[in-house]
Design a protein around this ligand. Structure first.
Ligand code: GFB
Length: 399
């Protein structure tokens, strides 16, 4: 009897192991390092890379998110599924977690002697002695986060491939078939890019792919708990205040640019809804208070049954809790923030707010805006349209 039990146990183990094995995709894979910027930038790049992988009909290897902690010299790599579910992405296209690919498929499909890094053209190393004019290289692991990223999976490259003049705009040309012709999957099972095969900001055509990015259970539940347990019952307005010192400096570029970071989300990709101006990047405290009060009053008039009871503020620096609380005290509205800094939980809560006001230039705001668009939730931007223009339009309407 015991022998029979042992036999059944071993057979079930074997069945389970076979079922867990991941099938190889004969059409090939795409890997990349999200090596530019922080979360908002990486998320923009992710959507473009997903569209690119689909157009080339290759499985996208889901990279970890690259994070930077104060005082740490090397980036940290956080598994993709810490923040987002893998399964909903499969509704759009084939994807695999990078750790699964490396542990289950790489040894056979992408042996260490065949790992080639892809870049548009030669990338010079910061260490002069590594730059050999006779042997141009992508130097895919040079610097932070490049080295730490590939090191996470013990990946070293034996050669470089320069793919220029190919590009990633799969929506306006037949570029996908050129990629396939130049790099057939039987010879090139993995295209491993030094940076994302995508543009920043995200191409207009790829914005709607956000609907496949669903928060992981942990973040969904934490957001729900905060909304249920901390915020008073009733509607709430979510605010994104981007005002740290890096932002103050970034906003100085406004005067020399047509667009900056995520600004096409309000100005339009061809500036069809206007030009850049400084308040769009860095609204004054007074303008923030005015716009918030105006938004709440509008909601009270248009949706009297769903009155705003609180405001949730997400910020990288100054949440303006004191200023906002005293400005709203007579309206009986409380102002809240997370007890501890958590950029992801901030995003997940902003995505759920009844109304949202964000910063048009910020790709962090852009993430929230796209998620809300996918649910049909309303969003607005600080100082957009410009107060002057808004007042003129209002006066015109009244006439
Ligand atoms: O996400 P991100 O590329 O957006 O970078 P921007 C900003 C980072 O700042 C976020 C933190 O990933 C967060 O770590 N952060 C920003 C926040 N807002 C919040 C918030 O409301 N709550 C919390 N907890 N953290 C631009 C970049 O950042 O900044 C550019 O696109 C450049 O590459 C520029 O670096 C200076 O688009 O706002």
């Amino acid at each position: 009897m015991q022998w029979l039990q042992l036999f059944i146990y071993l057979i079930s183990l074997l069945i389970l192991k076979t079922a867990a094995q991941i099938e190889r995709d004969e059409n090939g894979y795409i890997a990349y390092c999200p090596c530019m910027g922080r979360f908002g930038n990486q998320a923009d790049h992710f959507l473009g890379s997903l569209a690119f992988a689909k157009a080339l009909n290759r499985t996208l290897i889901l990279p970890p998110w690259v994070e930077y902690r104060k005082g740490e010299m090397r980036s940290r790599q956080v598994p993709f599924d810490t923040y987002f579910e893998v399964e909903p992405l499969q509704d759009y296209h084939r994807v695999i977690l990078m750790s699964d690919f490396m542990t289950q498929l790489a040894a056979e499909l992408w042996p260490t002697a065949e790992r080639v890094s892809f870049c548009y053209m030669e990338r010079k190393s910061l260490q002069q002695e590594k730059n050999d004019p006779a042997a141009p290289n992508c130097h895919a692991k040079d610097g932070n986060p490049f080295g730490p990223f590939w090191d996470t999976y013990s990946i070293d490259f034996v050669a470089s491939e320069f793919y220029g003049p190919l590009h990633f705009d799969v929506h306006h040309s037949a570029i996908a078939s050129k990629w396939q012709n130049n790099y057939p999957a039987d010879k090139w099972p993995v295209l491993a890019f030094t940076g994302a095969p995508a543009s920043f900001p995200v191409q207009h055509e790829n914005r709607s792919l956000q609907k496949y990015l669903k928060w992981s259970r942990k973040y969904r539940e934490s957001a729900r708990e905060f909304i249920r347990n901390v915020l008073p019952r009733g509607a709430f307005v979510g605010l994104h205040l981007r005002n740290g010192i890096d932002w103050v400096r970034a906003c100085e570029h406004i005067k020399d640019s047509q667009q900056l970071f995520a600004s096409p989300q309000c100005l339009g990709y061809k500036n069809e809804r206007g030009e850049l101006y400084h308040e769009l990047c860095m609204p004054t405290k007074e303008a923030i208070v005015r716009q918030l009060k105006r938004t709440i009053k509008n909601v009270r008039q248009t949706q009297p049954t769903n009155e705003v009871k609180s405001v949730f503020v997400a910020s990288d620096a100054n949440h303006m809790i004191g200023e906002l609380s005293s400005a709203l005290s007579r309206m009986d509205i409380s102002v809240h923030k997370l007890p501890e800094d958590d950029p992801y939980l901030d995003l997940a809560i902003l995505g759920q707010s009844n109304h949202f006001i964000g910063n048009c230039i910020s790709s962090y705001t852009a993430f929230v805006k796209r998620e809300r668009d996918s649910h049909g939730f309303p969003s607005y931007f600080w100082s957009f349209p410009r107060e002057k223009e808004r007042q003129q339009a209002k006066a015109h309407e009244e006439l």
